[in-house]
Design a binder for this molecule. Structure first.
Ligand SMILES: Nc1ncnc2c1ncn2[C@@H]1O[C@H](COP(=O)(O)OP(=O)(O)OP(=O)(O)O)[C@@H](O)[C@H]1O
Ligand SMILES: [Mg+2]
Length: 315
């Protein structure tokens, strides 16, 4: 499942450099109809870059992308990706803060019109329907700027669901969500996959991946490490794929019983703090991923994610 013509999304040998920095070195991702596919990797592995390349924001330097068997043009625009049936929830919010919830949801499809004028009742109905699929009560008339972060994420998800895309790509959608919102999101994603849609799901939470996903593709340093089914791969082996080294010697402390993050802060910016990810007692800086460090290192490249995780549950 997942390769060749059977794939609803098939991105092959995607390369992308930002100036002299190579972010993707020929990464590939194939997602089958009806599949929920996790895209995994450490901070800086290239997950968001691959997603942006598929979205055309910006397009890849090289590589080919097929959606439902049809090839996207080289250097395609975001509109071409949308037309082909792709919808995205990017890691960074793409909501327009000055617009209301319903306007944000309506704008992606173009405002519904009647006699050349915006059809406000239809717009509200569409927004309410989209929010209902996620079982949430957010006032469609409120400005996005007034909403807490979790509600904004939910609006972004509702907006993407409203597109009824063939392939829905979600880049860390659960990072700011509580358990109830995550459960509602997963129910919606399972409905979409049951109807034949394909889903790409990025998360650093292995519990979510093992709960939700049919297969997992791991990237490291902008290239594929492998693709596997959760039932065929223990969590420890998965983490070794992600990290690229043996993790059996760490994580043995008794005071850290499971894989739930004990602290997670997003949106952090600073001039002297490098992105880092704390797992199994190691602090790994994505500014120098090959070099685990026990401190916070200087870097101009500040991540939007801080995560302190206790050791993952060992399979
Ligand atoms: N706009 C950009 N300009 C320069 N370098 C970039 C840009 N976007 C990403 N990069 C670099 O490309 C590499 C891959 O980054 P990317 O954001 O795709 O990683 P990621 O796997 O999504 O990480 P995370 O889990 O932290 O979200 C990193 O080294 C990152 O610093
Ligand atoms: Mg990312």
């Amino acid at each position: 499942m997942g390769e060749g013509v059977a794939s609803l999304l098939d991105a092959r040998e995607i390369r992308k450099a930002y100036g002299g920095a190579v972010a993707l070195r020929g990464a590939s991702l194939a997602v089958a109809r009806g599949e929920i596919h996790a895209l995994l990797g450490e901070n800086g592995a290239g997950k968001s870059t691959l997603i942006k390349c598929i979205a055309g924001t910006p397009p890849p330097d090289s590589g080919t992308i097929f959606v439902d068997g049809r090839r996207l043009a080289d250097h395609h625009a975001p509109a071409a990706a949308a037309e082909a049936g792709l919808a995205f929830i990017h890691q960074e919010s793409t909501l327009i803060e000055d617009l209301t919830v319903e306007e944000n949801i309506a704008i992606v499809e173009g405002y519904p019109r009647r006699w050349g004028l915006i059809n406000w009742p239809a717009m509200r109905r569409r927004a309410r329907e989209a929010l209902n699929t996620l079982d949430v009560s957010i006032d469609p008339n409120r400005k996005v700027a007034e909403l807490p972060i979790a509600a904004r994420t939910t609006v972004a998800i509702a907006r993407a669901l409203a597109l009824s895309a063939k392939v829905l790509v979600l880049d860390e959608p659960t990072a700011s969500l509580g358990a109830k919102d995550v459960a509602a999101l997963f129910a919606a994603l399972r409905r979409i996959s049951a109807q034949g849609g394909a889903i790409v799901f990025v998360s650093h939470r292995l519990d979510e991946v093992y709960d939700l996903c049919d297969r997992m593709t791991v990237l490291r340093d902008g290239a594929n490490v492998g693709t596997a089914r959760p039932r065929d791969l223990s969590r420890r082996d998965l983490v070794e794929m992600i990290c690229g080294h043996d993790v059996s010697h760490v994580g043995k402390s008794a005071d850290a019983p499971d894989s739930r993050p004990v602290l997670e802060a997003r949106g952090y910016e600073g001039e002297t703090v490098a992105p880092f990810d704390f797992r199994w007692g190691l602090v790994r800086s994505s500014a120098s991923p090959a070099c685990p460090t026990r401190g916070i290192t200087n870097s101009a490249k500040c991540s939007s994610v801080w995560r302190l995780s206790s050791p993952a549950a060992r399979a």
